[in-house]
Design a protein around this ligand. Structure first.
Ligand code: ADP
Ligand code: MG
Length: 241
């Protein structure tokens, strides 16, 4: 199948009133790339993801997915699956209900929904949990279910917004490996937001270091570590001095 899931962001700006959060931001993510967006709290990472997903209207600039200008497309038209830090599962629904909810709304046939839910559950090893409600799941299981909800959409592009930061260290390490394996299995384009340097170094094909609404450096983990673009990047990533 011919696919192009590259992401290109041109001169993106976003302000909340007088607060300029994203400033003339440019970023290119290659087809199938696992890009980690790394930056300290408040630098605009979530805002950028929300713009890509269409959950926020941009103030200026353009966003392209697979060469298509999606800047003014509805979120549901963009082919994006997003996973949030707080799992955002519906508490009154079972895991199966949570996974199938968006597909039902989209009017997919029942058999197709079932097939997609089962496939995602298998990939994420949450088959035995499908009939449970979120309250009966551990943090790690909830986050797997949340990833499942992105997975069933057959999205071209996955956006992760600090998906592991509510989990303890052991689980974080386990799920990190699973997310990496998921990427190897699906080979979709993924943007993964974190403020955790270790997570960035272990997951990323390339890391984009973000500060004050701009990308300071975009390079492989190796290159960022050994050849930081400036003092801020060096200190942030903990490069040898
Ligand atoms: P990050 O995800 O990197 O921690 P955010 O993108 O959430 O940062 O926020 C960037 C800046 O924008 C912060 O200063 C934050 O307070 C501000 N901000 C985020 N969302 C809103 C909003 N809806 N209204 C006003 N300011 C916001
Ligand atoms: Mg954030």
């Amino acid at each position: 199948m011919e696919t192009n899931q590259s992401i290109s962001i041109k001169n993106l700006a976003l302000s909340f009133g007088a607060l300029d959060v994203l400033k003339d931001l440019n970023l290119d993510v290659g087809q199938g790339e696992f890009l980690v967006l790394l930056g300290s709290s408040g630098c605009g990472k979530s805002t950028l993801l929300n713009c890509i997903a269409g959950l926020l209207d941009v103030s200026d600039g353009q966003i392209f997915i697979g060469g298509r200008n999606v800047t003014w497309e509805e979120p549901s038209e963009r082919g994006i699956g997003m996973v949030f830090q707080s799992y955002a599962l519906y508490p009154q629904m079972t895991v199966a209900g949570n996974l199938s909810f968006g597909l039902k709304n989209a009017g997919l046939p029942k058999a197709e929904i079932e097939e997609r839910v089962n496939r995602a559950a298998k990939v994420l090893q949450i088959e035995p949990l499908l009939s449970r409600k979120p309250a009966a799941l551990s943090g790690g299981q909830r986050q797997r279910a949340a990833i499942g909800r992105a997975l069933v959409r057959d999205a071209d592009v996955f956006l992760f917004d600090e998906p592991l930061s509510n989990l303890d260290a052991k689980l974080r390490a386990d799920l990190r490996v699973e997310i990496k394996q998921l990427h190897q299995k699906l080979s979709n384009t993924m943007i993964y937001v974190t403020h955790d340097q270790i997570e960035a170094m272990t997951l990323a094909d390339r890391i984009a270091i973000m500060r004050g609404g701009q990308i300071l450096q975009l390079a492989s983990p190796n290159e960022i570590y050994n050849r930081p673009a400036n003092k801020y990047v060096a200190e942030f990533i903990g490069s040898p001095t």
